[in-house]
Structure formats: C-alpha cells, structure tokens
Design a binder for this molecule. Structure first.
Ligand code: PGA
Length: 246
C-alpha cells in the first residue's frame, strides 16, 4: 500500500519564533498518527533549523521549498542539498508553480534539482499543473505530460512524490473537484509508469475537503499552502479520515 504524504508548504511565512510556537501547538493536536501516512512541513529556509529542533523526537519531517543542483558555488541567493541535510531535511519541493512563474524556472532546471535531491538522499516533491487558460484551451493533459516527461527524466520513481497542482486552484479557494483531481493523478501515474509512485493533490486543500480528496484511489496525499499555516487546521488535515466502504 502507498503511504500517504501530507505536506504543508509555508511559503514566505513564519519567523523562527513563530515556527517554534507553531510546533508547540501542532504536536499535541497531531497526536499519534496511523502508519498509513507521513506528515511533512516546509518552512522558509531561515526557519528550518528552529523547526527541526522543535519537532525533534516527533514523526513530522521537514522539507525545503527548493534546492540548487550544485553543492557549492557562486549562486547568490541559493541553497544546496548538503546545507539542508545538515538540518535534517528529508524532502524538497521542486517545480512549484510560484518559482516557475516568478523566477522562470524551466522543466530542465526542475529536473536537475530533483536529480540532485535524490542523489543526496532527499525525496523531491515535484509539482506539475496547468493554468486556467491552458485548461480552458483543452491543453491541461498535454502541459502536464510535458512537465512529467521532462521533469522526471532519469529520476527514481520509488524515491519521489509528484504533486498535481492545478495553478487556478492554488490560493484561490477554488478546489479542483475530487473526481477530476483523481482523474489527473491517475493519468500522471500512467505517464510515470510506476504504479506505486506517490501522487499528491494540491490547491486550496482544507479541513473541509480533505476527507473527500483522500477517499480518491489515485490521490496519495496533499500539498497544502494557506491551510497549513494554522496548526489546528493542518492537524485536522493530517488526521483525515476516509470513510470505510460498506
Ligand atoms: P494553497 O496552496 O493550499 O494555498 O492553495 C497550495 C500550494 O501552493 O502548494
């Protein structure tokens, strides 16, 4: 059985002090989790160390919000895998639609980042997804297929999470319908060509829709932005319950 990955992406939110306060509130609310899921938090780089210390001894794992493909070098503003590993980072988000849009990240760069992550022993959470206009033009599948083919080239699918994040659903409150999200996740699984690859859905996930999303057979977890900033809300998301089929 695939282990679900419930990940919270804090984006550019939370100082070290706020991250410590979050952990103190979150861990008791999270309690003991069933073994069918893993919980990951992605703070900004500056709060990784503080959060990692505050979560020590818990099962919650830490992701970075990006990683450079070289270990050292003249890359102002970047951060490398050895720097992240030193602080216990286990996952790294690559190819998120925000760096794709604001910093013009390409599928080739995203692939380099993901390869480096895997070589360093981290699990890349590789994001793919179509924009509003691409969906309206009937191009969603073609766009995602290209992102999957180029972004995943040469990667080990057993050490990978793919996040399907339709851009029009990110931070907008518009969730993709659970069945449509499941359909795309199923297509992605086929394109990856490995049945047990972990595929998340992301885009306006919240406590109110998590149970329905996680009930879908091809959705193996979620990547949560806004709703992960509230410890109680994110603990509820991590404690999702899928109704048992009669
Ligand atoms: P959102 O963000 O949950 O705030 O829509 C999702 C994401 O960017 O991964």
């Amino acid at each position: 059985m695939r282990q679900a990955v419930i990940a919270g992406n804090w984006k550019m939110h939370m100082t070290c002090a706020e991250a410590r306060a979050y952990a103190a509130a979150f861990l008791p609310l999270l309690g003991e989790l069933p073994g069918d899921r893993e919980v990951v938090l992605a703070p900004p780089f500056t709060a990784i160390s503080a959060l990692s210390e505050a979560l020590a001894g818990s099962a919650v794992r830490i992701a970075s919000q990006n990683v450079h493909w070289d270990d050292v070098g003249a890359y102002t503003g970047m951060i490398s895998a050895p720097m992240l590993l030193e602080h216990g980072v286990s996952h790294t988000i690559v190819g998120h639609s925000e760096p794709r849009k604001y910093y013009s990240e390409t599928d080739e760069q995203i692939n380099l980042r993901a390869r480096t992550a895997q070589k360093s022993g981290m699990i890349p959470i590789l994001c793919v997804g179509e924009s509003d206009s691409q969906r309206e033009a009937g191009e969603a599948e073609r766009v995602i297929r290209r992102q999957v083919d180029q972004g995943l080239e040469g990667l080990d699918p057993t050490q990978l999470v793919v996040a399907y994040e339709p851009i029009w659903a990110i931070g907008t409150g518009k969730t993709c319908g659970a069945e449509e999200a499941n359909r795309l996740c199923g297509l992605i699984r086929g394109w990856v060509g490995y049945d047990d690859v972990i595929i998340q859905y992301g885009g306006s996930v919240k406590a109110e829709n998590i149970d329905l999303l996680m009930a879908q057979p091809d959705i193996d977890g979620v990547l949560v932005g806004g709703a992960s900033l509230d410890p109680a809300g994110f603990a509820r998301i991590a404690r999702y319950q899928v109704p048992v089929a009669a």
